[in-house]
Design a protein around this ligand. Structure first.
Ligand SMILES: [Zn+2]
Length: 510
């Protein structure tokens, strides 16, 4: 800028100078303004950048913070749960176990005595339950220093493996079985030992019952047997289960929080109700005789399929004996009972062994059907007498020529080679002459004949109180023509059970 003295300058010049000065000032201002703006803008931008950075930092920080917080919370919770588990497991373990023990085992069951089965005389015992004992231990209630001693005594008295018993005594469980159904003498031996060694807790001697069959094989297929839990598995034992079994009782003990026993008042005792006794119609003496002769007959005649005898009081229908051969020992139903069964027994699979024992358990007198043959001629004769188409002793009422022709089919007498000739009904029955009964069948006709089958009880089961009664097998009435009827009339082409056959007599005498 020029240095000008005011005096030397003209007014216009002054004005100009002034103006330029002012312009300069304005320029400066503008420049200043501009630079200010730029700076501001820059500053603002910077500020914005900073802010963004800060924001970013802040958000980054809070994200990390949250993450960290999350981790911390999870860790705390995890630690808490681990701690809780540890606490339950290691610190409270014993206490909780004894509490569980208190809940689980202080209800001890008392088994009822199963009803006795007598024969018809009411004197001979066929099945009886004797008192035995079951030994259990509560390992948590046996002091550590006594465990080996207890295990040793138990294995010595009951002849058990020491290591196995020690393992059970050392278990953390509430209750362990040691031995079931031991005799009273052995249990008493344990009682003495416990009192001598001053052990009052942790070893239980509970009463139980064991089924015993004094006559072993006698009437085995009728009586049946019961299992290790005293439940009837076959025969009378199974059919009369509800009557025989009785009702279980129990001892409930009140306990404190840690499962310790409280005073006697805290104990409730619900006694067991014994089962009802049963008197069978079977007479042990008659049964014994039937079995003796059946066995002889089966051996003499080489009956590969065995055999059976039923003896009934015809007036009452009471079954006095029901013998089957081969039979089995009720005291050991799962063991082989005959010499044939014993052969190679140990080489058989368990399934095969059970299968074979089941065949001797089977009461064939009621579970198997057979073709009765000539014994059925009694049915035809009875029906004919009842219908009044024959009489018992009219000489020459019938004539056997060795065969009879029915609907064009020739049917022979068993003694076709030397025919029976003139016969009364009684003689025909004595000689078992086929043509006589074929002829009576024809006279009766299918409808009447089937009516008598029904009346004699052959078209339904007898309903005897034994398990597994089979049904008879007859042709349907509408499918029976004259030839079929002729064959049925002398006892062929159908099957009935032995019990149906003998019950016919009872049905007939009603
Ligand atoms: Zn004949």
């Amino acid at each position: 800028m020029e240095k000008i003295s005011r005096k030397n300058l003209s007014r216009s010049k002054i004005k100009k100078i002034k103006k330029s000065k002012e312009n300069d000032k304005e320029d400066i201002k503008k420049i200043q303004k501009l630079s200010n703006k730029k700076q501001k803008k820059k500053y603002k931008q910077q500020l914005k950048k900073e802010k963004n950075k800060i924001d970013h930092k802040v958000s980054e920080m809070s994200r990390r913070k949250r993450l960290r917080l999350g981790i911390i919370i999870s860790s705390i919770m995890f630690t808490f749960f681990i701690g809780r588990i540890g606490w339950l497991q290691f610190i409270m373990g014993d206490k909780l176990q004894s509490m569980a023990y208190a809940q689980q085992t202080l209800d001890r069951k008392i088994n009822p005595r199963r009803g006795t089965i007598y024969d018809a005389t009411g004197k001979n015992i066929l099945a009886v339950s004797s008192t035995v004992n079951t030994i259990t231990v509560n390992p948590v209630n046996i002091a550590k220093e006594n465990k080996e001693k207890v295990a040793r005594a138990l294995s010595d008295i009951f002849d058990l493996d020491y290591e196995t018993i020690l393992k059970r005594v050392n278990k953390k469980s509430a209750i362990e079985n040691i031995v079931k159904k031991v005799d009273k003498e052995k249990a008493d031996e344990l009682r003495v030992w416990l009192s001598e060694n001053n052990i009052t807790k942790g070893v239980n001697i509970d009463e139980d019952t064991k089924r015993y069959y004094p006559y072993n094989n006698l009437a085995s297929q009728v009586i049946g047997f019961s299992g290790s839990d005293n439940q009837g598995l076959d025969g009378i034992e199974a059919v009369y289960e509800e009557e025989l079994k009785g009702k279980q009782g129990k001892i409930t003990k009140m306990t404190d929080a840690v499962g310790g026993d409280m005073e006697k008042e805290g104990e409730t005792y619900i006694p067991a109700t014994d089962g009802n006794d049963l008197i069978l119609s079977i007479d042990a003496t008659v049964q014994g005789i039937a079995e003796k002769y059946l066995k002889e007959a089966c051996i003499d005649n080489k009956c590969t399929d065995g055999g059976n005898i039923i003896i009934m009081n015809p007036k009452t229908g009471d079954i006095l004996a029901m013998a089957g051969y081969p039979n089995y020992n009720l005291n050991e139903p799962f063991e082989p009972s005959t010499e044939e069964m014993k052969e190679g027994w140990d080489d058989l699979s368990e399934t095969e062994q059970v299968k074979r024992t089941q065949t001797v358990w089977r009461n064939k007198a009621i579970s198997d059907t057979y073709e009765p043959g000539s014994t059925f001629k009694l049915v035809t004769a009875s029906a004919a007498l009842e219908e009044g188409i024959t009489t018992t002793d009219k000489a020459g009422e019938f004539s056997c020529t060795g065969s009879i022709t029915v609907a064009g089919v020739r049917m022979s007498c068993w003694r076709y080679y030397r025919p029976h000739g003139a016969q009364s009904l009684r003689e025909a029955l004595m000689n078992s002459c086929n043509p006589v009964f074929i002829g009576l069948g024809q006279k009766l006709g299918v409808a009447t004949y089937y009516d008598y089958l029904e009346k004699f009880g052959f078209l339904r089961t007898t309903g005897i109180d034994l398990p597994g009664e089979a049904e008879s097998i007859f042709l349907k009435e509408e499918k029976v023509g004259p030839v079929e009827l002729g064959t049925i009339a002398f006892g062929q082409r159908f099957e009935v059970t032995p019990i149906q056959m003998i019950a016919m007599v009872r049905n007939n005498s009603k």
